[in-house]
Design a binder for this molecule. Structure first.
Ligand code: RFL
Length: 382
């Protein structure tokens, strides 16, 4: 039997799409490679933009966010020139972030999808997508009038599209982050960015007992080289705790190296295969946009697929035309953020020049109300 839409992947993109399609009476099935516990336990993003919260709330998916999510509207910058806080919730459009860990969002979305009667198959790994036919490892093929590739950046959906000649635009930001999850309460109100000649360090509040930290590290770093003591010592140096007070330390629960790379598919779909989220493009985590773009694209794709199933294929072309400019705005801002946070290493003339620009940018952000409004609008917007 053929379903309306086969969704590959149960991350934020696939789960928002599945819930919205069920809402509109479109029959769909979600195929997810991993088991439920693994999907629900994966800690990644945490900052939801106002637009994401609106989409969730409007579609009856906001109960968890409104019960447990916490509004955050300030961020702090530290450097050798001192520190300052930007009250971005009162700047730009006056929007804040809602901190809600991605694994909790995923848990909420799975529960709601199942409650609505949706079909979700865990441990169903898709091997190949050919037109509307999806081959599942060790199982029967599933066919749909459309296939939604929400299987992340290394998924088969993107590969199927690039094999058809769809091209990508890509940038390697040339830096990596050691992403640390610590069983420790936050040490600052929400987000802290520290510029340091040893490299960037970041602090992101998650919950009352868990905090995410980032340490810029050389490409190819092995997380095993970073012991707990080394992590806390390096964070203390770069966050200048001697000047600004100690961090609240705790056990390191998780550490992984993330290479800062971005890419965008020239078009997020063709024919019967349409992509959303990281499958359609990867965005470096420097401005925390990835999960928010996934929600935006899933929302727009749900509308387009509903129209297409009713016989109007224009909606799918419109999906690409509408999303790409917004995706590119997010990339432009992330790229700008990356330039603010990462100075070049070394002490040659080029490195000195690059670092001086970094501080000029920081100074502009500290002193110019216009620049601050621009920052706030882009930081929280999508
Ligand atoms: P996901 O979450 O990767 O989900 C894809 C799902 O597809 C499944 N899958 C398959 N299923 C069946 N068959 C196959 N062949 C399959 N191949 C894959 C996978 O098992 C998985 O369940 O993609 P999605 O839905 O597009 O969501 C994207 C977001 O997860 C991602 O953009 C964010 O996590 C990025 N990101 C952040 N985004 C934010 O908006 N705010 C943040 O604060 C933020 N912090 C982060 C981040 C990403 C990070 N990492 C790990 C790169 C912090 C980090 C450290």
């Amino acid at each position: 039997a053929q379903v309306g839409v086969v969704i590959v992947g149960a991350g934020p993109a696939g789960l928002v799409l599945g819930n919205l399609l069920l809402d509109r009476g479109v029959d769909c099935v979600i195929l997810e490679r991993r088991g439920r516990a693994a999907v629900e336990g994966r800690a990644r993003a945490g900052f939801l933009a106002a637009h994401s919260v609106r989409v969730l709330t409007e579609h009856g998916l906001g109960a968890g966010v409104s019960a447990r999510g916490r509004a955050h509207g300030t961020c702090l910058f530290r450097s050798e020139r001192g520190e300052f806080t930007l009250d971005y919730g009162r700047l730009g459009r006056g929007e804040v972030h809602t901190v809600h860990p991605q694994q909790e969002l995923v848990r909420d979305l799975i529960a709601e999808y199942l409650r609505r009667g949706g079909e979700l198959r865990f441990e169903a790994e898709v091997e190949e997508i050919a037109e509307g036919r999806v081959r599942v490892r060790g199982g029967e093929d599933v066919t749909g009038r459309y296939v939604a590739g929400c299987d992340g950046h290394r998924g088969v959906a993107r590969a199927a599209l690039t094999a058809r000649g769809v091209r990508t635009a890509r940038r390697d930001h040339g830096v990596s982050w050691l992403a640390v999850l610590a069983a420790a309460p936050p040490s600052m109100a929400a987000v802290g960015y520290a510029l340091h000649e040893r490299g960037f360090a970041g602090h992101m509040a998650r919950t009352e007992s868990v905090t995410r930290y980032y340490l810029q590290c050389p490409r190819g770093t092995d997380p095993a080289d970073w012991s707990e003591e080394r992590i806390w010592a390096e964070l203390a140096t770069r966050m200048r705790t001697a000047d600004f007070g100690p961090l609240r330390e705790g056990d390191v629960i998780e550490k992984a190296v993330v290479d800062l790379r971005s890419d965008v598919l020239q078009t997020p779909g063709a024919g019967r295969l349409w992509l959303a989220g990281d499958a359609a493009g990867l965005i470096s985590p420097s401005a925390a946009k990835g999960a928010n773009l996934a929600v935006l694209q899933a929302e727009r794709l749900a509308l387009a697929l509903e129209r297409a199933l009713a016989g109007d294929e224009d909606g799918l072309a419109g999906y690409a035309a509408e999303c790409l400019p917004r995706v590119w705005r997010a990339h432009e801002f992330s790229h700008w953020m990356s330039g603010l946070l990462h100075g070049p290493a070394g002490d040659d003339a080029e490195a000195r020049y690059g670092r001086a620009l970094q501080y000029a940018r920081l100074d502009s952000l500290r002193t110019s109300r216009t620049h601050q409004d621009f920052f706030a609008e882009n930081y929280t917007g999508i």
